[in-house]
Design a binder for this molecule. Structure first.
Ligand SMILES: Nc1ncnc2c1ncn2[C@@H]1O[C@H](COP(=O)(O)OP(=O)(O)OP(=O)(O)O)[C@@H](O)[C@H]1O
Ligand SMILES: [Mg+2]
Length: 347
């Protein structure tokens, strides 16, 4: 008696009831009937008992199960089961196993939701911790300079201008941090509208190289585009892709080695172009790679801080490419170098 439908259960029970009635009625018929017409009543009454109990049991079981299942559905779907939904229960099938399956899948979904909420909670805590830490550093530095100036430094021509300039530099850092965070938030919430145009990505790469050339020169790193004469048109937001390339190139300079080289290469994929920024710098160990595009994530905190980084550059790149429905990836080996690749739609 496993996994029967409610209807089958009603048939089973009615059969047992009919059998029991048959056995009980038999002595009565033997004792009180004398002719064959009365004997005919025996099977007729058994058939009547069978169908009456079948109807009764079927109705009671269906009602009982209906009520229970409605309660379960109400709890797991958190909504009122409407009359139309009730008709959908097919009592000739194994409704209880179906409900069991639905409850199990509901529990699994719920567990996934709980896990993702827990992850979000962790992420939120970490984010707020990082944010306050990043804000604290420049604010306290500015406060230090202002206090020194107020306590007499203002009259000291040796330091007054210098301290104001240092405070100003820290304010610049604070402002750029706020602007970067603001940009990520707008990209994430879909408020930023992309201004997509058709442009030559090779030409843009060369423009960006010109913009960061001075930094590269100071770090003694050369920046190169492979096949600079090629023309590759893509469709994207030029200003935003400029920002992606700038962030990647600046990183390759900041985390590069003396006399190193950064190369930008282009690969033709079916519908897309893959842009590769490859350096021969310090590289990144594998354990850091999965979290590299998260906000505030830095591999070597002291080195990155020394370079003035707050760990938002790659997060911005990722959000810009997400907004384009494209992807960004990284391969890297410590001491050998890093390669960042992203795709863009061909135009
Ligand atoms: N080309 C690279 N070579 C080695 N490490 C890198 C490279 N690019 C990024 N990283 C590592 O990844 C971390 C995150 O990079 P990201 O650009 O997001 O932040 P940042 O450069 O520290 O600060 P920001 O870009 O906000 O000024 C860096 O701190 C650095 O440790
Ligand atoms: Mg960076």
């Amino acid at each position: 008696m496993k996994h029967e439908s409610p209807r089958e259960v009603a048939v089973y029970v009615s059969t047992y009831v009919t059998l029991a009635a048959g056995i009980l009625l038999l002595p009565a018929f033997i004792l009180f009937t004398g002719n064959w017409t009365a004997w005919l009543l025996y099977p007729i009454s058994l058939v009547a008992i069978f169908f009456t109990s079948l109807l009764t049991f079927n109705y009671s079981i269906e009602r009982f199960i209906h009520r229970k299942i409605r309660l379960i559905y109400k709890s797991i779907h958190r909504l009122k089961t409407r009359k139309e939904d009730e008709k959908q229960l097919d009592f000739s099938t194994d409704v209880l196993s179906n409900v069991n399956r639905e409850v199990l899948s509901w529990a699994k979904d719920n567990q996934q939701q709980i896990n993702s909420l827990k992850e979000q909670e962790e992420f939120r805590k970490e984010f707020i911790g990082n944010l306050s830490h990043e804000l604290k550093t420049p604010i306290f530095t500015i406060q230090g300079y202002i206090l020194t100036l107020l306590e007499g430094g203002l009259e000291d021509p040796q330091i007054n201008r210098e301290y104001l300039e240092r405070a100003d530099r820290n304010l610049d850092r604070l402002i750029s941090l706020i602007n970067e965070l603001d940009e990520i938030t707008r990209l994430e919430s879909g408020q930023t509208r992309l201004n997509k145009t058709r442009f030559d990505i090779v030409e843009l790469a060369e423009e960006v190289i010109d913009e960061v050339e001075y930094k590269a020169h100071v770090a003694n790193i050369s920046l190169k585009v492979r096949d600079p004469k090629k023309l590759i048109n893509v469709e994207a937001d030029k200003q935003k892709i400029n920002q992606v390339l700038t962030n990647l190139l600046v990183n390759s300079i900041k985390y590069g080695k003396d006399r190193g080289t950064t190369r930008i290469k282009f690969y033709d994929l079916d519908e897309n172009i893959m842009v590769e920024v490859e350096d021969d710098g310090v590289g990144i160990t594998q354990e850091h790679l999965p979290r590299l595009f998260e906000r505030f994530y830095r591999v070597d905190k002291s080195r990155a801080r020394h370079q003035g980084g707050s760990g938002l550059g790659l997060a911005i790149c990722k959000h810009i490419l997400d907004a384009h429905e494209q992807s960004i990836n990284v391969r890297s080996e410590e001491g050998v170098g890093s390669t960042f690749t992203f795709t863009l739609k061909k135009a």
